[in-house]
Design a protein around this ligand. Structure first.
Ligand code: ATP
Ligand code: MG
Length: 301
């Protein structure tokens, strides 16, 4: 089977009806994508610029979740908004990518355990107006601990509630799984941004992550909406990249961000300097793309 045909098959699977996402009495707008999945449909209770808390999620590994969380947050902060990154991934890549020690505390694990308030677990970063709630080494065991505590899926939601006034944007960097940590993030979030690498294998996870968003919406968080699919690591010179972009846009009309993140070496080297690309290389294509995405998300000119 050709990559094109295979990617179409994967997308076909992701078209299964998702009752939670269409459960607001909105008729499907097209055969291909449930209406409530479309950006701008009634499932989106607010403009993106009105959304406070975004989860950056896809259980597929290495698709650009952390790169997006760090650089979108930095670009939003550069545009004048107060932003917070919550690193809920035990890999702590967002924490390290912002120049902080992996074991920095207090951290999100301490918050999830109830050992401290969210306010105490907020740390400064090298970026003005951008704060970080770091991961913490304890997160490694949290996926085992959390399910044993009834109601634990709401812990992050409850902890972040007092911070909503303080920050215009909160971005939660999720681990590459749909386990208890990602569930906590989706219950706490108003909206989900799903990075999709414009390569054939990355499409594999799309159906599952959209199903999970529907499940969380039905069971825990009716206000959760899909903020959008974000095409990442795009190489417009390859036929596969162009095919995947076209397929995703055709199958999810209105749901894919206009901004496409190109494959860009500056984006991949910035974490080793402990800063976002907007500080590391402010005039590269990767920086431009995240600034454009921030405008799309924040609704700025
Ligand atoms: N647009 C890009 N151009 C070049 N490299 C990129 C780009 N986006 C991400 N990368 C690199 O690809 C790798 C994976 O990216 P990233 O860590 O953001 O993915 P992730 O989805 O958070 O991964 P994980 O699932 O492990 O948490 C990293 O080495 C990162 O620097
Ligand atoms: Mg990551």
């Amino acid at each position: 089977m050709s990559p094109r045909a295979r990617s179409a098959e994967v997308l076909e699977r992701s078209e299964r009806p998702q009752p939670g996402l269409v459960g607001r009495g909105v008729a499907a707008r097209s055969r291909r994508a449930p209406a409530a999945l479309s950006r701008g449909s009634a499932a989106r209770t607010a403009k993106l610029s009105d959304v406070g808390v975004f989860a950056i999620a896809n259980q597929k590994g290495g698709v650009g979740k952390t790169t997006t969380a760090v650089n979108l947050a930095a670009a939003v902060a550069a545009a004048g908004h107060r932003a917070l990154i919550v690193d809920i991934d035990p890999q702590a890549n967002a924490t390290v990518g912002l120049g902080q020690p992996r074991a920095l505390s207090p951290n999100v694990y301490d918050v999830l355990c109830g050992a401290c308030d969210a306010e105490q677990a907020i740390h400064e970063t090298p970026v003005d107006r951008l704060w970080l709630m770091p991961a913490g080494s304890g997160l490694v065991g949290a996926s085992v601990e959390l399910p044993t505590v009834p109601g634990s899926e709401r812990r992050l939601h409850d902890a972040l509630a007092p911070l909503r006034e303080r920050f215009s944007f909160v971005l939660i960097d999720c681990p590459p799984s749909l386990g208890p940590l990602t569930v906590n993030a989706l219950v706490a979030a108003d909206s989900v941004i799903v990075p999709v690498q414009t390569e054939y294998f990355a499409l594999e996870g799309l159906a599952q992550v959209l199903d999970t968003i529907g499940l969380i919406q039905r069971e825990f968080n009716p206000r959760l909406s899909v903020g959008g699919l974000l095409l990442t690591m795009h190489d417009n010179r390859t036929r596969l990249g162009r095919d995947v972009e076209r397929d995703v846009r055709e199958h999810f009309p209105g749901l894919v961000f206009d901004t496409v993140i190109p494959r860009n070496i500056r984006l991949s080297e910035a974490p080793s300097f402990g800063v976002p690309v907007t500080l590391h290389a402010p005039f590269c294509a990767g920086s431009d793309a995240y600034v454009a995405l921030a405008r799309e998300v924040a609704g700025d000119g």
